[in-house]
Design a protein around this ligand. Structure first.
Ligand code: ADP
Length: 428
C-alpha cells in the first residue's frame, strides 16, 4: 500500500526547502507520516471486525488528539449508517443512532463520498445538533471508500486541546481512511463468510439429526420383517427387503459422515488426546478389516518400526482416519491383490501409510481427491459404494492432530496414502 505524498502539501514544501523550516517541524511531519502507515498496518493485523474498528478508533484518537470519534458503517440492507465503534460518545446514543443517506453531516459524506472539515458549525445546514449536552467547535468527517463505493464514515469532533481542526488534520484522516477501508471490508467479508459457513454446518447438523431417528425406526422395522417375526416371507419379498436394508445402511453411513464433517468444520469436535502407542491403533484397525480383505482374497499386512511409537493423539479419531484409508484401499483394489499398512518412527514425526495395488488415481484427479462429495469416475463405474466424504473427514482429522496427509498414485498400478503426525503436540 502506498500513501499519496502529493496530498501532504506541507510535507512537500518542507522537503523542497529544508533550510527554511526548522528540523523539528520536518521531523514532526515525517513522524506523522510514519504513524499513518503504522495505523494502516495495525488495522490490517486482524480479521475480526470489532477488533479492527477498535484499533482504528484508538489510533485516530491518539494521533489527532480528539475528544470524540465515531466509526459508522453503512448497513447494506437498510442503507443507513450505524455506529459500530465510538470513543467519548454516550453509549446509548451510539447504539440508537441510525443515519439515512443524505441526512446530517455523516449522511452527506456517505452520499457524496467527499471529506468535510467544519469549523463554522452553527452556520452549516448539514450539522444536526442532537446531543445538546455536547458542544462541537470543529469536526472532521471522511468517507470509508473501497473502489469508489462508500462503506462507512469516520467522524471526529473537537481537538482535546484548544484550537480547531485544520486542513492537515483532514488530510491525515483521509490517508488513514483510505487504507483502513480495505482492512474493514476484508474483516467484514471474512465475518460474513464465517457466519454463512456456520449456518451451513448447523443446517447440515440439524437436518442429519432429524433424519437419524426416522431412519433408525425404518431400519428396525425392516430388520424385524427380515427376521420373519411377523410371518414368513417369500423369496421376492426377502429380495426387496434386502435391497431396502442395504440402502438404509448407505443412508445411515452418509448421515454419520455428514454429522462428523459438520462437527469438525464448526470446531465442535472434542479431542480426547492421550499418550498412546500408534502401533497398537494401527494393528487393531488392520485386524478389524481382515474379514473384508479376506472376502476379496486381499493380503492385508502391517509393518512397523519400532514396535512402540508413542503419540499424543485422540485414539478414536486416529482409528477413524486410518480405517477410512484401509477401507478405501480394499474397496478400490481388485481381488487377490495386497494392501500394506506401515507405521514408521521418523524422529519428530510418525509416518503412517496405506499402500495398495488397486485402480489408482490419475494426476488430474489427485488435487480434488480430498474435496467433499468427490467420487472419481472409476469408483462410480466399478459400482464401489461410498459417500465421497471419507477422505475429506480423514484430512480434517489428521489436521486436528497438527498432521498432514498426502497421496502418490498411478492409474492401474496403485496408490499410497500417507499421513504424518507430530509425536507430541504439546511441544508445538
Ligand atoms: P468414498 O466414500 O467414495 O470412498 P472417499 O472420500 O473416501 O469417498 O474417496 C473419494 C474418492 O477417491 C473415491 O470415490 C475414489 O474415487 C477415490 N479413492 C479413494 N481412495 C482410493 C484408493 N485407495 N484407490 C483409488 N481411488 C481411491
Amino acid at each position: 500500500m502506498e500513501l499519496d505524498i502529493e496530498r501532504f502539501e506541507g510535507l512537500k514544501a518542507l522537503l523542497n526547502d529544508v533550510s527554511t523550516k526548522t528540523r523539528e517541524e520536518l521531523e514532526a511531519r515525517i513522524l506523522e507520516f510514519a504513524c499513518i502507515t503504522q495505523v494502516a498496518k495495525d488495522v490490517s493485523s486482524t480479521l475480526k471486525l470489532e477488533e479492527c474498528l477498535k484499533i482504528l478508533a484508538d489510533r485516530i484518537a491518539d494521533l489527532l488528539s480528539v475528544e470524540r470519534i465515531s466509526l459508522m458503517l453503512l448497513d447494506p440492507g437498510t442503507r443507513e449508517l450505524v455506529i459500530k465503534m465510538s470513543k467519548g460518545l454516550d453509549e446509548s446514543i451510539a447504539k440508537q443512532t441510525r443515519i439515512k443517506l443524505g441526512e446530517g453531516v455523516a449522511g452527506w459524506i456517505a452520499k457524496e463520498g467527499k471529506p468535510l472539515l467544519l469549523t463554522d458549525i452553527d452556520k452549516d445546514h448539514r450539522f444536526m445538533k442532537k446531543d445538546s449536552g455536547y458542544k462541537t467547535n470543529s469536526l472532521l468527517s471522511v468517507p470509508l471508500k473501497v473502489k469508489d463505493k462508500v462503506i462507512g464514515v469516520i467522524n471526529v469532533n473537537n481537538k482535546v486541546k484548544e484550537g480547531v481542526f485544520k486542513e492537515d488534520d483532514l488530510n491525515v484522516l483521509m490517508a488513514i481512511s483510505e487504507l483502513a477501508a480495505i482492512a474493514i471490508e476484508n474483516a467484514r467479508l471474512h465475518e460474513e463468510v464465517k457466519a454463512l459457513d456456520n449456518m451451513k454446518s448447523n443446517f447440515i447438523s440439524n437436518v442429519s439429526h432429524e433424519l437419524r431417528s426416522p431412519l433408525t425406526s425404518i431400519k428396525e422395522s425392516v430388520s424385524l420383517l427380515l427376521d420373519e417375526v411377523s410371518g414368513s416371507l417369500n423369496a421376492d419379498q426377502k429380495k426387496y427387503l434386502e435391497i431396502a436394508k442395504r440402502n438404509i445402511e448407505r443412508l445411515s453411513r452418509l448421515i454419520d459422515d455428514l454429522l462428523d464433517l459438520a462437527k469438525i468444520e464448526s470446531g465442535k469436535t472434542d479431542m480426547r488426546r492421550l499418550f498412546i502407542n500408534i502401533v497398537t491403533i494401527a494393528e487393531d484397525a488392520v485386524s478389524s478389516f481382515e474379514v473384508l480383505a479376506g472376502n476379496k482374497n486381499i493380503t492385508l499386512g502391517i509393518r512397523v518400526n519400532p514396535p512402540v511409537i508413542k503419540v499424543w493423539a485422540d485414539p478414536d479419531k486416529l482409528t477413524q482416519a486410518l480405517s477410512n484409508l484401509i477401507d478405501n484401499a480394499i474397496k478400490y483394489s481388485p481381488k487377490d491383490s495386497s494392501v500394506m499398512v506401515e507405521v514408521i518412527d521418523k524422529r519428530g514425526v510418525v509416518e503412517v501409510s496405506v499402500s495398495d495395488n488397486g485402480i489408482g488415481i490419475s494426476e488430474e484427479n489427485i488435487n480434488r481427491l480430498f474435496d467433499k462429495f468427490n467420487r472419481l469416475e472409476d469408483a462410480i463405474q466399478n459400482r464401489v459404494k461410498g459417500t465421497g466424504l471419507g477422505l475429506a473427514i480423514t484430512k480434517e482429522l489428521i489436521q486436528l492432530h497438527g498432521g498432514e496427509i498426502s497421496v502418490e498414485s498411478k492409474p492401474e498400478e496403485g496408490s499410497r496414502f500417507c499421513f504424518t503426525l507430530p509425536k507430541d503436540l504439546r511441544k508445538r
